[in-house]
Write a protein that binds this ligand. Structure first.
Ligand SMILES: [Cu+2]
Length: 363
């Protein structure tokens, strides 16, 4: 019955612990309103036929005699409606409370909406863009905020939808019931690429989830890797500008663990104001940070050391595609004018009065 109604109403699969119950209320409301509409149509039709004015009736004086419907009918309708209202209200309130209150043992994930992407931060320190990895049969609480305008986080299969607001935190929770990849949509119009602001929730078996925690996306099952690749494509399509794609690439390759975009110093030199600046080198020389220098610094970091910085940056030779490098260079160009202090090595504390993690990505 549930399955039949679900398909009749073109609802997506029910893949969270609360989905079925929420659909139950949905079926009930639709059933009652359809039933009511049919009933009124039938009664109307009956009256139409029964009290149709015939030619011979015109002679009879009708006016002034209004038939009183039976008191019984009035009472039944009134109580019936009151009862229906209370039933809806009772089920609705219970479900609302269930949806609002996450279980105590929920796993917390921080969600940031931004034109036009979703970022997910895990308490363990991991962070992801577009893809939210969760274990199945374990409640997950989303603590959400926006960096720019109002967005709305919607996962149809889980039946959760929650507005995400700048300057404020909202929460939602779900418990995925089956492993799989479930699309995330933004359902609050947020600008030109609103329709492209998508992502995937990838629900994994607990064992697979542990493997992901330890080994990253490469150690997840095939379906998850496909979904992540799909999310990646959607992400690229939704980013109209190269700097935005560059920021994504930088986050994905872990560059932002050491470099910042906002001018604060961290393990490596900040990228703010880097492009076309004069970089003092460890060997005493100087270089202008143009495309060549930047590319060289990424492929062979030890060949050209920024003076005073430790030689800790790994080589990315063969690991980053040319489009990603181009996008990152465009990103650096876009933050040429971001104010920053002297480019000196980070002393390990929080100096310069800023959080070391830019873009919501944890170091
Ligand atoms: Cu949005």
């Amino acid at each position: 019955m549930n399955e039949l109604l679900r398909q009749l109403l073109f609802l997506p699969e029910q893949r969270s612990s609360l989905a079925r119950e929420i659909d139950g209320l949905h079926y009930f409301v639709i059933g009652v309103t359809m039933g009511g509409a049919v009933l009124i149509t039938l009664i109307g039709g009956y009256f139409l036929l029964r009290y149709r004015r015939r030619i011979q009736d015109t002679a009879r004086p009708h006016a002034g005699t209004v038939a009183r419907p039976a008191l019984f009918l009035e009472t039944v309708s009134l109580f019936g409606l009151g009862f229906l209202f209370l039933t809806f209200w009772n089920i609705g309130t219970r479900q609302f409370v269930d949806l609002r209150t996450a279980p105590d043992d929920a796993l917390d994930v921080y969600v940031t909406g931004k034109q036009w992407m979703w970022k997910f931060g895990y308490p363990e320190g991991e962070s992801e863009i577009s893809v939210l990895y969760v274990p199945v049969r374990r409640p997950v609480r989303l603590i959400m905020t926006s960096r720019d305008v109002i967005h709305s986080f919607f996962v149809p299969e889980f039946r959760i939808k929650q507005d995400v607001l700048p300057g404020r935190y909202t929460t939602a929770w779900f418990e995925a019931s089956q492993p799989g990849a479930y699309p995330i949509l933004c359902t609050e119009y947020c600008g030109t690429s609103h329709s492209g602001m998508r992502g995937q929730v990838i629900a994994l078996d607990p064992a697979d989830y542990e493997r992901w925690l330890a080994g990253g996306a490469a150690s997840t099952p095939a379906f998850a890797q496909e979904a992540a690749a799909r999310a990646e494509e959607q992400f690229a399509a939704a980013q109209p500008t190269m700097p935005a794609r560059g920021e994504h690439a930088a986050a994905r390759h872990g560059c932002l663990r050491c470099h910042t975009l906002d001018g604060t110093q961290h393990v490596g030199p900040t990228w703010a104001g880097l492009y076309r600046s004069v970089v003092p080198l460890e060997d005493g020389g100087e270089r202008v940070a143009d495309e060549v220098y930047i590319t060289e610094s990424i492929m062979d970091p030890l060949a050209v050391l920024h003076r005073g910085f430790p030689a800790v940056m790994p080589s990315y030779l063969g690991q980053i595609t040319p489009p990603d490098i181009a996008a990152m260079i465009e990103l650096m160009k876009s933050i040429r004018d971001v104010p920053h202090g002297p480019v000196v090595p980070w002393d390990g504390g929080v100096s310069g009065g800023g959080a070391p993690a830019p873009g919501g990505v944890r170091p």
